[in-house]
Design a protein around this ligand. Sequence first.
Ligand SMILES: NC(=O)c1ccc[n+]([C@@H]2O[C@H](COP(=O)([O-])OP(=O)(O)OC[C@H]3O[C@@H](n4cnc5c(N)ncnc54)[C@H](OP(=O)(O)O)[C@@H]3O)[C@@H](O)[C@H]2O)c1
Length: 407
Amino acid sequence: MSEEGAAVGDAASPPPGAAASPPSAPAEEQPVAAAGEEGKAGGEAPAAEGRRYRALVLTGFGGYEKVKLQTRQLPGAQPSPAAGQVSVQVRACGLNFADLLARQGLYERLPPPPVSPGMEAAGTVVAAGEGVASPKVGDKVMVLARSGLWQEVVTVPANQTFLMPEGMSFEEAAAFLVNYITAYMVLFDFGNLRSNQSVLVHMAAGGVGTAAVQLCQTVENVTIFGTASASKHDALRENGVTHPIDYRTADYVEEVRKISPKGVDVVLDPLGGSDTTKGFNLLKPMGKLVTYGVANLLTGQRKNLMAMAKTWWNQFSINALQLLHLNKAVCGYHLGYLDEEVELISSVVTKLIALYSQGKIKPKVDSVWPFEQVVDAMKRMQEKKNIGKVVLVPEAPQKDESKTTEN
Ligand SMILES: NC(=O)c1ccc[n+]([C@@H]2O[C@H](COP(=O)([O-])OP(=O)(O)OC[C@H]3O[C@@H](n4cnc5c(N)ncnc54)[C@H](OP(=O)(O)O)[C@@H]3O)[C@@H](O)[C@H]2O)c1
């Protein structure tokens, strides 16, 4: 992990309510000084009182080395959010599968590099702009944005923050929004999951998968088929998966049909390509497939053109008449394109916080990594080792720098 001192800015003009901005005037780049090079960046001495803070920055598309830790500087001692915005001292950030795709240039919702990635974080409000009644300075919040949250200090519209419920840690909070909003909306808004039904959850030990499995159990008597590497099957059972399937050594379609010859009621499809077709064929009459990812695109550290071609070649396609004859539904979900649906997302978060407070859902944090170890964090997910959420923190955790957590 290297530190680099070139001046960088996030999206030049992100759409309203989308990306987090640097915590000072977003239209002009702030001078950035490399660690140990105070006052040199931008060719001018930065204001002596300007607060320095660290940010992870994607400097270009490619391998792990494209993510750098940089030091930036505010014009003043404290951030000064504009009207309707708040500034947050970030304590933990979520790593999402989309961040791996984004690094390779495969996630279209990330503004072009150089850009600070990061769609979710948690921290404490340190400043509130004019007209912001909530959250208040000192409140602990979760933050959702299109990008820009892997920084020690971020400034976002107040309506992109959500108060953390009592008893929730910053690490849990960084594992909450993206995974649970996605899982909730695909299972209930699109999937319409009801009691005595069955669900196939792919990547069941991952962030969204773990959340989906927990949410399935808020409905009575749901049979959960969950795919994951064999080493994760004990964890799957513990989390509530009825039938863990090792998709790496067995044909998951056959495995499902051995137990449920008619198939399943709901398929959650984060894989894309030929897996969407397999999922669709596994649906019972009146079944629903919700597609929400293309994990099959990711085969290594860099963009794989063969995998891309194969995935797109096998892309599922169907027409309305075929759907009519088959009595099945196909839905597509992308949280990244719902960023202007503030009320809709807020209503889902309210329901999720209630479920958390009732003890019905609890984020599973796989591991916590300081910003300096962002490469190790990304490897953990890309090498299929995580069970639950991979979390980044600006400050090194006290016990040990990067170890897996029990929760
Ligand atoms: N549409 C949306 O709004 C939205 C929002 C959030 C997430 N998603 C999608 O949901 C899926 C899960 O996301 P997540 O952030 O929770 O990640 P995650 O599930 O924690 O991802 C890592 C795990 O996925 C499994 N995996 C399957 N194929 C893989 C591949 N090609 N490369 C690496 N790992 C692979 C691995 O476990 P096993 O192999 O052991 O299963 C790995 O440990 C992704 O497809 C993501 O893009 C979509």
